[in-house]
Design a protein around this ligand. Structure first.
Ligand code: PLP
Length: 382
């Protein structure tokens, strides 16, 4: 049975070009890039090529890119590193729909004595501008916003929100893990200091992420030791993954517009057909600007976990934002923040497509899902 992978916001299939480019660095090109001999320097050169490729993707200069292990590490480095540079001020502002990498860190910071303000969103998942401006008052050092939400695909107006922060002298970090490599990210025009991204979300390997740090922005490292990454991230580089990220950046950059058009049409078709064939289905964030590959659809009065199990048995891989805690299913914090009613939020499924998705796959889901849902309804899933 052919499986259908519609879980690309969780992770993506590495491109063949990426895998091929990485192979030599596991086999022959194993030298330490910090070694002064020619062997080491050739590996160092490969890392610097990757830095150029990644910088080009987001319109940065190579010197503004710090390689890390993941989006999560980049986010921790930006937030902790920026706050640590201004010890006299202790306020951090973010939004209610951020990824756990931001929200869990905020909770830790709060326990460490920081004042944390979490700004809410409207029903379309967008930040209330007035609340944002009010939150930025006082001793705010840094604000962190998502470019796109991983569960709904809803995009924030980074230019606008960051400009409002800039007016108040507040530095801005953008979690662009769900957009870099998928949509145009132009850090040269964004009034922000830090942007996080992650290779495995754009057909690169796991184990490589990056942080854009605007030139002349001060940042304290999380990991100290050797002088790698301009002393902002010590530790011998994960050469193969960094090289793979560079190739993924180049490939995704070159095909971005075409992928957006094709995958966007598939996503729209999936939504159109499911809304037509399933009574009580609704799409979250539909009025907002969304990343073209993501669809978060609720099937009223059904339980997402149960739907996902049936889908998985049918070879269809999707996701939900629900988390199982102490035996009871909590609806996603994102849908809760958007004010989505519980009986709707509980039945939310995220379908996230990629350049590997096909019309036949969409047709197959559209054909089989209504029957699976009807079966669940009869069983009384909730
Ligand atoms: N931020 C967002 C919006 C994400 O979707 C993810 C991953 O799902 C992360 C951060 C964390 O990235 P990583 O898996 O590379 O640590």
């Amino acid at each position: 049975m052919d499986t259908i992978y519609f879980d690309n916001n969780a992770t993506t299939k590495p491109l063949e070009e990426v895998v091929e480019a990485m192979k030599p660095f596991w086999v022959d090109a194993y030298a330490n890039p910090s070694s002064v001999h020619q062997f080491g320097q050739s590996v160092k050169h490969a890392i610097e090529c990757a830095r150029e490729q990644v910088a080009a993707l987001i319109h940065a200069t190579p010197g503004e890119i710090v390689f890390t292990s993941s989006g999560t590490e980049s986010i921790n480095l930006a937030i902790r590193g920026a706050l640590a540079m201004v010890p006299a001020k202790r306020k951090f502002v973010t939004t209610a729909v951020e990824h756990a990498a931001v929200l869990r860190l905020s909770e830790v910071l709060e326990r460490e004595g920081y004042e944390i303000v979490v700004v809410g969103v409207n029903r379309d998942g967008q930040v209330d501008e007035q609340a944002w401006v009010e939150a930025l008052s006082g001793d705010t050092v840094l604000a962190s916003i998502q470019h796109a939400n991983n569960e709904t695909g809803v995009m924030m107006d980074v230019n606008r929100l960051a400009a409002l922060a800039q007016e108040k002298g507040v530095a801005v970090h953008v979690d662009a893990v769900q957009t870099v490599g998928k949509v145009e990210v132009d850090v040269a025009t964004w009034p922000v200091q830090f942007v996080s991204f992650s290779a495995h979300k754009f057909h690169g390997p796991k184990g490589a992420g990056g942080l854009y740090v605007r030139r002349r922005t001060r940042l304290k490292p999380l990991i100290v030791g050797g002088s790698q990454e301009r002393e902002l991230r010590a530790g011998t580089e994960n050469t193969a993954s960094i090289v793979g990220m560079g190739v993924a950046a180049a490939c995704c950059g070159a095909t971005m517009a075409e992928t957006a058009t094709r995958v966007g049409a598939l996503r729209d078709q999936l939504e159109r057909e499911l809304l037509k064939s399933v009574a009580g289905a609704s799409v979250h964030g539909v009025k907002a600007n969304r990343v073209y590959n993501t669809s978060n659809i609720s099937f009223e009065n059904l339980e997402a976990e149960a739907i996902l199990i049936l889908l998985s048995e049918a070879g269809i891989y999707a996701s939900s934002g629900a988390a199982c805690s102490s035996g009871s299913l909590q609806p996603s914090h994102v849908l809760q923040a958007m004010g989505i009613e519980e009986h709707v939020a509980h039945g939310a499924i995220r379908f996230s497509l990629s350049r590997y998705s096909s019309e036949a796959e969409v047709a197959s889901v559209v054909e089989r899902l209504p029957g699976l849902l009807a079966r669940l309804s009869r069983l009384g899933s909730r």
